[in-house]
Design a binder for this molecule. Structure first.
Ligand SMILES: Nc1ncnc2c1ncn2[C@@H]1O[C@H](COP(=O)(O)OP(=O)(O)O)[C@@H](O)[C@H]1O
Ligand SMILES: [Mg+2]
Length: 222
């Protein structure tokens, strides 16, 4: 038999999350294939961040389970935070926070590589505090890429970016998926942007989840 079997990157089974008496979601079941590119959509407060925080192992679910395939290495780009304009570290030094105290030539070469990959090499010495939203968001991505993940989860990474910065970040994510086979789970509000760049969707609303091809997504919310 000459059959290619696409393995799951992650399998989620009967996942339920409650905060005290409040059920955020109940009995979620889904799979993400290795190399897939999925938008996690849904209205504000529906539990998208809660779901990915559970997948990142930040806190346990109330019930149910999830399993990552052996060899899956996760990278995470958190929801946008505004850094103080006085934040003193350069883009490069900020990335290097995610590294050893003694910076080997090999590590420095890795930093150079990811700076180029994320189009930050020419501005690596400007302070994070004075970087634009798009540059900051790419610095967070570059920092995550230093760990050589084969799956990245991004939470509202484009939420406060202007249209040009949005397209640049999405182009980068597309490149990571297509050229480096990185599995992508991209949390967003922005359905048109998801339609342009993502292939599948997970739609979380009122504690329920649906999954499908992005081209067939027709829900209207908010
Ligand atoms: N640590 C927490 N304690 C109590 N409630 C929480 C906590 N984190 C999130 N929630 C609640 O869970 C729901 C989902 O939040 P969240 O996952 O942030 O939604 P989304 O990312 O889709 O906007 C919201 O009602 C929120 O108030
Ligand atoms: Mg959120």
């Amino acid at each position: 038999m000459n059959q290619t079997i696409t393995q799951n990157a992650v399998t989620v089974t009967a996942l339920t999350m409650k905060f005290d008496a409040k059920t955020v979601f109940h009995d979620l079941n889904f799979e993400l294939k290795q190399g897939s590119m999925t938008a996690l959509l849904g209205p504000n407060g529906t539990g998208k961040t809660t779901l990915i925080n559970i997948l990142m192992g930040m806190f346990p679910a109330t019930a149910g389970s999830y399993t990552f395939a052996p060899g899956i290495k996760l990278g995470y780009v958190p929801q946008f935070r505004n850094l103080d304009a006085e934040y003193p570290l350069s883009i490069r030094s900020f990335m290097e926070l995610n590294g050893p105290l003694f910076k080997s030539a090999e590590f420095k070469a890795e930093v150079n590589h990811e700076l180029i990959e994320t189009h930050l090499d020419s501005i690596q010495h400007i302070r994070m505090g004075e970087a634009s939203g798009g540059q900051k968001q790419r610095a967070y991505l570059a920092q995550a890429l230093l760990d050589k993940p084969n799956m990245v989860i991004l939470d509202e990474a484009t939420a406060s970016l202007d249209p040009v910065a949005k397209e640049e970040l999405m182009g980068l994510i597309k490149h990571l998926n297509e050229k480096h086979q990185i599995t992508v789970l991209f949390v967003t509000h922005d359905v048109p942007l998801a339609k342009k760049y993502m292939k599948e969707y997970l739609y979380l609303n009122r504690g329920q989840l649906t999954q499908g091809k992005m081209t067939t997504f027709t829900e209207v919310y908010e």
